[in-house]
Design a protein around this ligand. Sequence first.
Ligand code: NAD
Length: 277
Amino acid sequence: MTPDPTPVPIAVTGATGRMGQTVIETASERQDCTVALAVSHSADDVDEVAGVPVRDAADLPSLLTVYDPAVLVDFTVPDATTTYVEACVESDVAAVIGTTGFDHGGTECLRTASESVGLLKAANFARGVAALRRAVREAVGTLPGYDVEVTETHHNGKRDAPSGTAKTIVSDIEAVRSGDDSDAGDSRTEGNSDERVHGREGIQPRDPGEIGIHARRAGDVTGEHEVLMADNHELVAVTHRAESRGVFAAGALDAAVWLADRPAGWYTFTDVIEDER
Ligand code: NAD
């Protein structure tokens, strides 16, 4: 019998956040990875998550040297992520980034880091969202001229709006409309075309080609995205609903195991999925 491969040691930042906790809990149920290090920033006051000690993120550079993880998994806030990624570069640790809401400077910082270490960024680690994006690209190509509206709903604690996933979907739609139906992963999310209309108020008739984008914040909704495409005779709606944060954690850990030992470079969750097909 072939022995199981050695579990990939990972570090988890934002260990006390919604996603950080879920990543640690999900990893504890898997054989292919193990949480070697969990950190959270000093404002938090939690000692352990799922039996894993939570250390001070301010000490991350030295902790990476001591615990020697292969991959860091990050779901925090953009300013923290860029600092953590700099520590990864110093210690030659790859990084899986689930954090959303980066501005141009933050994205450039991650791009620069990816010249030194493997860096995999995705606004959404749910496999269902990967399927939704493929379906939307296909539908938009089949339905030229149809009105498109993208609506996302998240819990009332979400900071950035619209969601990184909604921006990725809109970028996909714009790419198909401009004749490019390839999957660019998250690489185009920071663009902002004239066609994007965020919410509507007052007298605002719809222009042809407009892409409406709507962000709703309520309760503890894990994450929903709907893409509506319609002309005057028919309507197509494609919806994804995350039923639990475990789906994002599972995808991020799949990505971490895939990324370990890969060369420096910029990767997306699509690369992981395509590699499996
Ligand atoms: P959360 O608010 O529950 O957790 C945020 C974490 O970041 C906490 O641990 C908090 O202590 C830490 N943090 C906050 N401010 C900090 C600072 N200044 N310095 C260092 N750490 C800081 O949020 P969440 O729901 O876990 O989401 C975190 C991020 O992950 C968000 O950007 C969210 O959009 C994104 N997210 C991505 C996916 C995906 O699949 N890619 C899925 C869910 C959430």
